[in-house]
Design a protein around this ligand. Structure first.
Ligand SMILES: Nc1ncnc2c1ncn2[C@@H]1O[C@@H]2COP(=O)(O)O[C@H]3[C@@H](O)[C@H](n4cnc5c(N)ncnc54)O[C@@H]3COP(=O)(O)O[C@H]2[C@H]1O
Ligand SMILES: Nc1ncnc2c1ncn2[C@@H]1O[C@@H]2COP(=O)(O)O[C@H]3[C@@H](O)[C@H](n4cnc5c(N)ncnc54)O[C@@H]3COP(=O)(O)O[C@H]2[C@H]1O
Lengths: 138, 138
């Protein structure tokens, strides 16, 4: 079928179109980027666009959960690199469509990197699902 | 293939396992449910478990976006029903797997309702992707 000819780079959103934050941004800035772009989570990069992890609204809000109330003031005290999820799976642009499908089973998106761990783009569940749908009409 | 035999009710998470909030909850309570369960967004029901909409961290945080800072105090002033997304697609348990696949292309999950619009469960992208993967190994 058509999908077996495709690789991750054919379906990914290229890095220039991916909202992201930097490791040293304060959490308040990261939250503002997330709320303004509307995304739940985005990649984290360093100054040379090497991929460092992922950060999202869930991670940031978890940091504000106090015993009696949300402690939102902590957002200006903490940095992205202190709380981001650095333990993330990655794909290469040359990986196959089916490798991409397997990877997004457990993650809404997967970061794509080159051999130097520089950020190339993201493979989203939506891109995989749109392609999978085509395979049911052959 | 195997998937064409399945319907949405075979793949959905049944309502008893779905975290949800009520239309009259204050936003602060809804946010606490979302942060504690870890989910980005959950269904909203009324007292008789009729489906009313969806609410998520994005919608709630949007309400706190002020001109100069996040206005988190608004969370105790507003209710779920004032901000939830009430314009959502739904599925029936009897809809086919392919109808489910099409529906989750644009939404991380789709609520499943019976003929009286009572909440039966949710169909998630993960459930569809796990099933789609099986079709590539025949
Ligand atoms: N501005 C928009 N326009 C149209 N539809 C929108 C949208 N924002 C979100 N959606 C829809 O909501 C889904 C979940 O978005 P979420 O932000 O939770 O989760 C997103 C977000 O965390 C990340 N993502 C997607 N596109 C991104 C981008 N350009 N930059 C940064 N992160 C992105 O990948 C996740 C999965 O994305 P996916 O497309 O599979 O799934 C998206 C898409 O179907
Ligand atoms: N406690 C957990 N254990 C293991 N993996 C977890 C998890 N929480 C989240 N995930 C993973 O993260 C994905 C996105 O979760 P999210 O909360 O943004 O987005 C979720 C959430 O908004 C909703 N959802 C899923 N299960 C739910 C439940 N039991 N109750 C309420 N809402 C649920 O459906 C969306 C899509 O779920 P999906 O399973 O496709 O995709 C999930 C799943 O792959």
């Amino acid at each position: 079928n058509e999908s077996s000819q495709l690789s991750v780079k054919d379906l990914m959103i290229p890095s220039e179109k991916v909202a992201h934050v930097q490791i040293n941004n304060p959490l308040e800035h990261a939250l503002l980027v997330l709320v303004k772009t509307g995304y739940s989570a985005v990649p984290v990069v360093d100054a040379s666009y090497k991929l460092e992890g992922i950060i999202g609204k869930s991670i940031i809000l978890n940091e504000t959960l106090g015993l009696e109330r949300f402690e939102f003031e902590r957002l200006s005290e903490m940095k992205v690199k202190e709380v981001m999820n650095a333990d993330i799976p990655v794909l290469s642009g040359n990986d196959s469509y089916i490798e991409g499908l397997k990877a997004v089973i457990d993650y809404p998106f997967i970061c794509v990197v080159d051999e130097n761990h520089h950020f190339d783009g993201i493979l989203t569940r939506r891109a995989i699902l749109k392609q999978a749908r085509k395979d049911y009409y052959l």
